[in-house]
Design a protein around this ligand. Sequence first.
Ligand SMILES: C[S@@+](CC[C@H](N)C(=O)[O-])C[C@H]1O[C@@H](n2cnc3c(N)ncnc32)[C@H](O)[C@@H]1O
Length: 272
Amino acid sequence: MASSRPQRPRLDTTTPNMGRVADYFLGGKDNFAVDREAAEAALAITPELPALWREGRRFLGRAVRFLAQEAGIRQFVDIGCGLPTQGNVHEIAHSVAPDARVVYVDNDPMVVVHGQALLQDDRLTVVIEADVREPELLLSHPRLTEMIDLDEPVAILLFGVLQDIPDDALVLQISDHLRKAISPGSYMAISQPVSDLRPEATAKLAAFYQDEGAISGPRREGLRTKTEVERCFEGLDLVDPGVVYIPQWRPDGVVLHRPDSIWVVGGIGRKA
Ligand SMILES: C[S@@+](CC[C@H](N)C(=O)[O-])C[C@H]1O[C@@H](n2cnc3c(N)ncnc32)[C@H](O)[C@@H]1O
């Protein structure tokens, strides 16, 4: 009988994987030849990709610091966490609140194995394998429910992951499910690359990743627009300054790239 469950990615060294491609862009070593080739081909289309990834990590840092420091959040669920790199969510959260609990979630077995090995001595941080396309299963994972009390405020982080799900209706179902599952006073933070600033190049890039098999699901022409990403925050109160290009989200004064070269938007919403 055919299963309607999303396909679980295998540890496949013949198909590029977005997490490993990102690792290559960030100067990491956890990537295979196929990832490096895909990364180089993607760079030929959009040479600014490494800058996007670096700005993505800087946004993650500012967002998690805001959540731990200003919003007082002590529970984090980082979905599509990717391979461990520098400035990971638990490191930032623990620098503000040493008692914060962090659950990392990814559907890539390589990410999960790596993270588990790195964090085996950390009582307050776990890594689980789950798929954001199955949010109910994800939130009821026994390792997650041991760490996270969904009756208390929590921050759900979706940094650079929803663009890997081409189905718009599914993405809205996911954000809706997550919003309903969290308690008042909780937050959802999302970042996603968008098409608005560079429609042609980003459409080419999206087609390339889909052709390479790095993104699965129904084919989608191009990336989402900023307005489409904003819909994921429906039902939440947007924290100032709203959904903006990530260098403009509460900047820390260090300007590394021209803001209009970073076509990733991000924001944080609060459940009232
Ligand atoms: C490009 S990385 C982003 C890493 C990190 N969040 C960041 O912003 O630097 C995207 C991650 O999402 C994971 N991912 C993609 N689709 C997913 C899904 N359906 N469920 C869970 N994780 C997924 C990939 O395996 C990858 O590790």
